[in-house]
Each structure stands twice: as structure tokens, then as C-alpha cells.
Design a protein around this ligand. Structure first.
Ligand SMILES: [Fe+2]
Ligand SMILES: [Fe+2]
Length: 162
């Protein structure tokens, strides 16, 4: 139970920081399609923060964050990608999609594990709340794959290195 609550604090930090990183990724994206995907997932991510607060409440725990080193690293990498790629290039979008998918996969792994743990701990109602978030993370990941496959990767392959 202690480990479960500790892990909730970690993903709570991650979700909160994603609500700050996603607007930057939206602003720096080249295509409208990718910018819209980040904007849409920002709204969902705000909902993920709220759901975690509901879960802390259900457990009678205070909603506090604990620095998530993994997500801090993924966000730092996204910032590096922005500074290492030229504005208005498809290469920029390829990099942002890669960074975005790393964030989604971290979230998918975390919620997947926490859902199993919540069930083991006899907290099915907590698991149920996290399932809703997990579905949105999976859909966001799929959306990024679809965008990459639609035309961005091909268009970027014709660009010179930045
Ligand atoms: Fe999330
Ligand atoms: Fe996400």
C-alpha cells in the first residue's frame, strides 16, 4: 500500500508537468495536425490530474507530488529536440512525436502496473478510475502513430539535416 501511494505521487508529478510541457510542444509543432493532437491531449491530461486527486481522496491520502525522474528526463529530451531542430520543419514534428510517444508509453506502463496493483490491494473502484485514464493514454499514443504514418515521416525524410 505504501509503495502504491508512493507511485501515485510519482505519476501525479508526471501528469502535472505534462500539463506544462504539452502547451510548449503544441506551440513548437510544425503541422496543425500535430499541434491539435497535443492540444487535445492537454485537455485529457488535465483530467488525469483531477482523477489522481480523486484517487488520493478515495484513499484518504493528501495529494502530493514526488519528482518523477523518468518523466523529467523525457520532458528534458523533448526540450532538446525543440532546440536541436529547425522551426517549421517536418523533422521537428518527427522528433516531437517520438518524445510524445515516450511520454505516453511511460504513462501506459505506469497505469497498467498500478491498475493491477489496485486490484490486488482490493481497490477495484480505484482501478476503475485509472482504466479511464489508461484508455486515453493508449488512444493518444495511437493518434501520434497515425500522424507519423500519414505523411510526416515521409516528408521529413526529404529534408536536410538541421
Ligand atoms: Fe496522462
Ligand atoms: Fe498522456
Amino acid at each position: 500500500m505504501e509503495l502504491f501511494v508512493d507511485s501515485l505521487k510519482d505519476i501525479y508529478w508526471a501528469e502535472k508537468h505534462l500539463t506544462k510541457a504539452l502547451p510548449k510542444m503544441q506551440e513548437k509543432a510544425t503541422t496543425d495536425e500535430l499541434a491539435q493532437a497535443f492540444a487535445g491531449h492537454l485537455q485529457e491530461t488535465e483530467g488525469h490530474v483531477t482523477r489522481l486527486e480523486e484517487i488520493f481522496d478515495m484513499l484518504g491520502e493528501k495529494a502530493v507530488t514526488k519528482k518523477c525522474e523518468a518523466m523529467a528526463g523525457i520532458i528534458a529530451e523533448a526540450e532538446d529536440i525543440i532546440s536541436d531542430t529547425k522551426k517549421d520543419t517536418m523533422t521537428r514534428d518527427v522528433g516531437l512525436i517520438l518524445a510524445g510517444q515516450k511520454a505516453e508509453h511511460y504513462e501506459i506502463a505506469t497505469y497498467g502496473g498500478l491498475i493491477t496493483l489496485a486490484k490486488t490491494l482490493g481497490l477495484p473502484e480505484v482501478a476503475e478510475v485509472m482504466v479511464q485514464t489508461l484508455e486515453e493514454e493508449k488512444a493518444a499514443d495511437q493518434k501520434l502513430t497515425d500522424i507519423a504514418e500519414s505523411n510526416i515521416n515521409v516528408a521529413a525524410s526529404g529534408e536536410e539535416n538541421s
